[in-house]
Each structure stands twice: as structure tokens, then as C-alpha cells.
Design a protein around this ligand. Structure first.
Ligand SMILES: C[S@@+](CC[C@H](N)C(=O)[O-])C[C@H]1O[C@@H](n2cnc3c(N)ncnc32)[C@H](O)[C@@H]1O
Length: 204
């Protein structure tokens, strides 16, 4: 079996030590909670590319359960270490969502700073659509189109951010309704500032 490269093996231990990164995900979580309503007693979300669980931990107090999906063993290890502190039920899946098909369905899918690691974005939107219950929502945050300077190392990146209009068009083409997209945060690096959008939508 081919072993997949863990692009985050070095970064995972220091990932949450950058205050600007934590601030960015906090802004994203606040924007998601402003835009969408979840039910603490019933909502089951999937967090795609959950990493160390920054977004999951912020959304957890507002939902019943989050299933995290992440390909990186080292990032999952960081999340596993703090799973008892999360304010909702947690299920963790260590897999590549691009190549795996999940039978589970969810009331919503959340994702932060991950989709630029996926080559075929339209195929991913179709997969999200299949994985949602009727009325289920997506809340996807990622980099606005950038000049390729955001990542300074090879992290398995396929897109230098996304054009907002084109990204929203993919969601609509897939069948999502009530699609909105707006800048909700700025990811600050020592060498620049990178706007981050949040796209939301609903499966009819
Ligand atoms: C930049 S990190 C973002 C982590 C977290 N969402 C946050 O905002 O802090 C991207 C994460 O997506 C995961 N990832 C990338 N491609 C993936 C795939 N195809 N399937 C599952 N996880 C993936 C990586 O392993 C990594 O943990």
C-alpha cells in the first residue's frame, strides 16, 4: 500500500503556537456561528481537514457531535490529545476524503483553510452534497486568491486561494442554494496579510 506523505508532520506540534493562526480560525468560527444556526441537541457536523481541532473546538459548544476528517496522523495526534476538553461528542476519521467515499451523512459540513489542498474542487463540492442531509449546510473558509506567497514550504497546495465568484459558482453548479460568500478574516503572516472568505450554502 502506498504511504501518503504527512505534509504537517513538522508543523503539527507548533501549529497552535502562532497567535495569528488561532485568531484567524476564531474569526472564521464567529462568522460561521453568525451566519448559520445549529441545534445543540441534534446537529451532527463534519469538519473537513480538521487539523489540530481549532475550528472544531470553537464550534463544539453549539452542536451535538462533530466528526473530524483529516489525512494527517500528526495533526490528528494533537486533536486526540485534547479530545476530552471538547464541548460536544467527537468521532475522528483519519483518511483522505478525496479518495474515500463515506456512507455517513451530516447536518452540516464545516472546513477551514483546507480546500486549497484539494485539486478537484468541483468533485469535492459534489461529495459534500452527497454527504449532507436535506437542509444541511456548508460553511467553508479558505484563502482568497493570492500570489502564491502564503505558503513558504511545500504543503501539498493545489490552489493559490480561490476567486470568490468562481468558488461560489461551483457551489451553485453543484446544487447548493442560499449561497453567500464574504471576507470574514485576514490571515496575518510576518510577510503579508491574506484575506479569508467564508462560503455558506444549503442543500435543498
Ligand atoms: C491548513 S490545515 C487546516 C487545519 C484546521 N482546519 C485549521 O484551520 O486550523 C489543513 C488540514 O487539511 C488536511 N487535509 C488536506 N487534504 C486533505 C484530504 N484530502 N483529506 C483529509 N484531510 C486533508 C491536512 O492534513 C491538514 O490537517
Amino acid at each position: 500500500m502506498k504511504t501518503q506523505k504527512d505534509y504537517f508532520s513538522e508543523k503539527s506540534k507548533v501549529y497552535e503556537k502562532e497567535p495569528a493562526r488561532v485568531d484567524n480560525v476564531t474569526n472564521i468560527a464567529d462568522a460561521i456561528l453568525n451566519k448559520l444556526s445549529y441545534d445543540k441537541t441534534t446537529t451532527h457536523l463534519m469538519d473537513f481537514g480538521s487539523g489540530t481541532g481549532l475550528l472544531t473546538s470553537k464550534i463544539a459548544p453549539h452542536v451535538k457531535k462533530i466528526t473530524t476528517v483529516d489525512i494527517s496522523p500528526s495533526m490528528n495526534e494533537q486533536l486526540r490529545a485534547k479530545q476530552d476538553t471538547l464541548a460536544c461528542e467527537l468521532a475522528m476519521l483519519e483518511l483522505d476524503l478525496v479518495t474515500h467515499e463515506l456512507d455517513d451523512t451530516f447536518d452540516g459540513i464545516i472546513s477551514s483553510m483546507t480546500i486549497h489542498h484539494v485539486e478537484d474542487t468541483l468533485a469535492l463540492f459534489h461529495k459534500f452534497y452527497r454527504m449532507l442531509n436535506s437542509g444541511g449546510t456548508i460553511a467553508l473558509a479558505d484563502l482568497d486568491k493570492e500570489d502564491g506567497t502564503f505558503h513558504t514550504e511545500d504543503m501539498g497546495v493545489f490552489h493559490f486561494g480561490f476567486d470568490q465568484e468562481a468558488f461560489a459558482a461551483l457551489a451553485k453548479k453543484t446544487g447548493f442554494e442560499d449561497v453567500t460568500i464574504e471576507i470574514v478574516s485576514i490571515a496575518k503572516k510576518p510577510y503579508g496579510e491574506y484575506p479569508i472568505f467564508l462560503l455558506t450554502g444549503r442543500k435543498p
